[in-house]
Write a protein that binds this ligand. Structure first.
Ligand code: GLA
Length: 738
């Protein structure tokens, strides 16, 4: 086992993992940060450094402080990597295990062995009293994005079974230093259906535990598993800002908490929601937690916004074959236009209209199967509705293919309407408790994906529909929270395991379909953005960000979602939403909003008037031209959307090599008819000349074109007089190395 490469005296540690040659300390080095874990003499594993990159294997002295008082035991304040329930630990704990003899406290200590393989480090902990219980902490370094991925595995070597009642993935300890970080705020994301990912900031206070979570059995809208911790700027801030940020790769119920003591020391802990969670390990079995990824940057929120989406994109690209070659397609979906009213005839009409616009993927949404005329019936019956599609959906797929488009279709595999053939045949497949009403939401119940027969049924139906109809893409929806989550099918198991089985069952089905159909695209949707966490994004191609397609509302939602989503994954449709007798939001404003990520069209093409078709076609053409920067660049916000009366917002997507950028500027209204200040760009090459092109309402006509140096673009910026007056004004700017 090769544990270190550099001698302590050598300056300039390379990225990767190094062990100190004298001490049990491991240095996880990224491009701009270092994370150091060490074992104390007693065997406690503690964090010794997380922040700026270290240049050598410093002696960081892994010891516990002495107790501050008998009421403040040192172990409570120690920066333990995996604080367990037990002993004198009274801050948030991550792991609680019950042993056969009733013992609920463990003393997990570094067992003296570790493995380093490439960018992976495994540290083994054993319980001093029950040495057949092994916990292995896993670390993985993403050097270029300054991110550490953590998880752990519990292995039961005892002869009897043990119960895990809490298994959060990790505790993180951003350091504090006098004067610099003492007042700190946490950035989190709140929401609800139609209004996802609102950015919230809360100043941490000692004695108050701040928790964000989902108790609904899936990621959900109410909150998103994301945190960023930053210092509150004061008069001695030196311009840089340290930010610690992270997210969970988990599509089930989750929790993240932040606690700060009076000295400003923070513990962030998170993982699978522990309310009603449980897992029983028989002899020889193991349980591995989902990944909690977290990183450090001194480039403020803009640095955090760059790193996390890049990190997720890196793993998505590695895992998902369809993500390795093409850009994400421009899609058409008629859900907002015709809802359940999908018929062969109408869909064919739309196919004919969508193709000449430049659409690359035609999607039939809800309503094509079973007795599905509204949301009260048919869910679960994954057979084509012959009244609506007498010859099946294959002719639509064929026509879309003939016109050069991919063909996609909607599913909600986990849902079932009580009014369906599936439910009539298998009422026991839906989560329920005997004698208790089955709680419906949107007239549906949830299928228990923990039951192998349920997964087999769904797999077979989806597989058949995809294969028989040459389906290139599926939209995988999930429209209700879980309730009555049980394990009635397997009474021998711990009933609380069901929460994990529903997620693993979901992943299993998605992974199987991706394996069987390597070219199949999958979009994750859950009543809009209820399931767009890193766990699913690393498996699929794109997500539906929100059912809200009103462009002014979208600015807020995308501001939050772009903290964690790679731009190409974040889909936005152009629709008519928000238009009424008094308000008309121009098509240009709608397109510009959707130009931040993957582009979709959701308007009723049959209702297009005048030049709408032509205009749509022109914007799609321009989008395709700019798509490499939009989809592969870093999406930053130069001006966050504000709720002030004029609602201005500006984004900048920048190519990773800084050769070009796309700026989108929005102004909702201008009650005082005043010019907006110039828009100053970021992250360009100061010495480089850039060609600047500006479009307002017409995709075929640039309002202005000129050359400007990177230095001037960043120091002074671009004037946008087109936004001075009127309502719903917006501009698209492209700058490219001249
Ligand atoms: C959810 C989705 C929508 C649409 C409907 C269909 O609400 O978010 O995009 O697919 O279901 O019922």
């Amino acid at each position: 086992m090769m544990l270190w490469k550099n001698k302590n005296t050598v300056t300039g540690l390379s990225t990767g993992i190094h062990k100190h040659d004298k001490f049990n300390t491991w240095f996880l080095v990224t491009d701009a940060s270092t994370y150091v874990v060490g074992a104390t003499a007693e065997g406690y594993l503690v964090n010794l450094h997380w922040g700026a990159r270290l240049e050598q294997l410093d002696n960081l002295n892994a010891t516990l402080n002495t107790d501050f008082s008998s009421q403040d035991p040192a172990i409570t304040m120690a920066k333990e990597e995996l604080p367990i329930f037990g002993g004198l630990r009274y801050r948030e704990n991550a792991l609680k295990i019950e042993l056969p003899d009733g013992t609920r406290e463990l003393n997990l200590l570094y067992a003296g062995d570790a493995n380093v393989t490439g960018n992976h480090l495994d540290l083994h902990l054993r319980d001093g009293n029950h040495t057949d219980l092994l916990v292995t902490l896993h670390y993985e370094v993403d050097a270029e994005n300054d991110i550490i991925r953590r998880s752990y595995t519990v292995r039961n070597g005892l002869k009897k079974s043990i119960n895990i009642s809490k298994a959060l993935t990790a505790a993180w300890h951003p350091p504090t230093t006098l004067g610099r970080d003492d007042k700190r705020e946490i950035v989190t994301l709140s929401g609800e259906w139609n209004a996802e990912t609102n950015v919230e900031t809360t100043v941490l206070r000692p004695g108050v535990r701040h928790v964000v979570e989902s108790t609904r059995g899936f990621t959900a809208h109410a909150s998103f598993p994301y945190f960023a911790l930053r210092s509150v700027a004061d008069e001695i801030s030196n311009g840089e800002q340290d930010v610690y940020f992270g997210t969970l790769a988990w599509s089930g119920g989750w929790e993240i908490s932040a606690q700060m003591n009076p000295e400003g020391e923070v513990r962030i802990a998170g993982g699978i929601q522990h309310l009603d969670f449980g897992w029983t390990l028989e002899h020889g079995e193991s349980f591995t937690t989902p990944v909690f990824a977290a990183g450090y940057t001194n480039e403020g929120m803009s640095g955090a916004r760059k790193r996390l989406p890049r990190h997720t994109r890196k793993y998505q690209k590695k895992n998902v074959k369809t993500q390795q070659k093409d850009y994400n397609p421009v899609l058409y979906n008629s859900w907002e236009a015709v809802a359940f009213n999908v018929t062969a005839e109408k869909q064919l009409e739309l196919v004919e209209k969508a193709a000449p616009l430049g659409v690359e993927l035609f999607v039939i949404d809800d309503g094509w199967f079973g007795a599905r005329d509204n949301d009260s019936a048919g869910l679960g019956d994954w057979y084509v509705n012959k009244d609506k599609f007498p010859n099946g959906v294959k002719p639509i797929a064929d026509r879309a293919h003939a016109l050069g488009m991919k063909f996609g279709i909607w599913f909600e595999p986990e849902g079932v309407n009580p009014n369906s053939d599936l439910y009539r045949a298998h009422p026991e497949w839906a989560f329920h408790y005997p004698g208790i009403p089955r709680y419906e939401a949107r007239n549906e119940l949830s299928l228990n994906l923990g039951i192998p027969e349920v997964r087999d049924y769904l797999y077979k139906r989806l597989h058949t529909i995809i294969k028989e109809n040459d389906v290139d893409y599926i939209k995988w929806d999930m429209n209700r929270p879980f309730a009555e989550v049980s394990m009635l099918h397997d009474n021998g198991r711990n009933p609380r395991e069901a929460y994990v089985h529903i997620v693993n069952g979901y992943y299993d089905l998605v992974d199987r379909l991706k394996k069987d159909f390597p070219d199949l695209w999958i979009e994750s949707c859950s009543s809009g953005g209820g399931r767009m966490d890193m766990g699913i994004v690393e498996r699929v191609d794109q997500v539906w960000t929100s059912d809200n397609t009103r462009p002014d509302g979208r600015l807020f939602i995308q501001y939050g979602a772009s903290l964690f989503l790679p731009p190409r994954v974040m889909y936005g449709w152009v629709t008519e939403s928000g238009n009424d007798d008094n308000v008309k939001i121009p098509l240009s404003f709608r397109f510009h909003t959707s130009f931040m990520g993957g582009l979709g069209i959701g308007s009723n093409l049959n209702d297009f008037k005048g030049t709408d078709m032509e205009e749509t076609k022109n914007w799609i053409k321009l989008y395709k031209e700019l798509r490499p920067v939009i989809q592969d660049g870093d999406l930053d916000w130069l001006v966050p959307p504000s709720r002030l009366s004029d609602l201005t917002a500006v984004t900048q997507a920048t190519a990773q090599d800084r050769s070009e950028a796309v700026v989108l500027a929005f102004r909702h209204r201008s009650p005082f008819n005043r010019p907006i200040p110039k828009v100053r760009l970021r992250n360009l090459e100061a010495k480089q000349m850039y060609q600047v092109r500006i479009w307002l309402e017409d995709a075929t006509k640039t309002e202005d074109t000129y050359e400007m140096s990177g230095a001037l673009l960043m120091a002074q910026g671009i004037s946008l007089p087109g936004l001075n007056s009127g309502m719903f004004r917006s501009a698209l700017v492209h700058v490219k190395k001249a």
